[in-house]
Write a protein that binds this ligand. Sequence first.
Ligand code: CA
Length: 363
Amino acid sequence: MLKTRLSLRFCLLILAACVFTSGSIATAQTPAQVQRLLEEVQKRFPEADANGDGRLTVDEAKVYYARLKAENERKKAIQRRGQIKPTHANVPYGPADRNRLDLWLADSEEPTPLVIYIHGGGFVAGDKESISPQLIREAQEKGWSVASINYRFVNSSIMFPAPQQDGARAIQFLKHNREKYNLDPEKFAVYGGSAGAGISMWIGYKDDMADPDAKDPVLRESTRVAVVGSIGGQSSYDPFVIRDWIGGQAHAHPSIYMVYGVKTLEELTKPELKSLFNEVSAINHVTDDDPPTFMYYSEADSPLPPNARPGQGIHHPIFAHKLKEKLDEEGIPSVYRHVSVHGRDFVGPFLEFVEQGFAQARQ
Ligand SMILES: [Ca+2]
């Protein structure tokens, strides 16, 4: 949804710039206005500056627009073809309605590695169907299985850490059913976008949540994974840490209130919430035994404007830089990639990273 909105906005901006340049419409923008538009385009799509000289020209903008259009067409074509049908769809992995997962099993004699996708949507929206068909296809070409999970949304009675716990339970469920699904429990990778990245990192860095005394055998399984991936993820959900790191009003994202069941910033200062902030913030759980981490961000890596709206910056690369510092301190291998440098291909580089992580995993 967000992408569509930005793309449309981008198209309008480009059109305005191009109309002026072609001189075909008398009421077009002034050169100063065009310059401002180009600057705005560059801020939102830094990779459009093809020669990287820090200045976006109209020609570069036109080329980028054409590429963006082609990419959109490609995505639409994939959607028209439909998702790749799961081997098992809507498998219940827990008691809640949204404890459902889809599973694409690789055909193999040997137990297969597994890549698990957790969707984003601010903990109030989104669906497992947003998994990339490209990822399913490329993972299967490597002989790996793939899963995509739904989890409980927050509301007036469901709050943090319910979504995180659901994610962990999905991992445990899949390990519990490793024989049925022919999975190698030592080669699980978990990744997601935004909220799904927050859950993925939390699972990755938490100590093993296996409870050997649990009545439910699923809960006796290990939650540990071999690789973690984050697309625009929040390494902290402490609103005051977010305010310190990102500035502006990033911490005033509507979901930040909802996940803690409050309505105002003042309510978030309640001392009893601090331990929950610490618990759900993945960065606090990083230790030297944690899995290698792949980070991919597309929001501009620059300070927020003075008029930033509430929630703006909630996918800021600072979340990655702070996490990377911590991962480096602990000697955990990690990769940080930004769209402005590495382009829009997440799947290929991520799966390559996962492959290295699986090679290091216990046999
Ligand atoms: Ca840890």
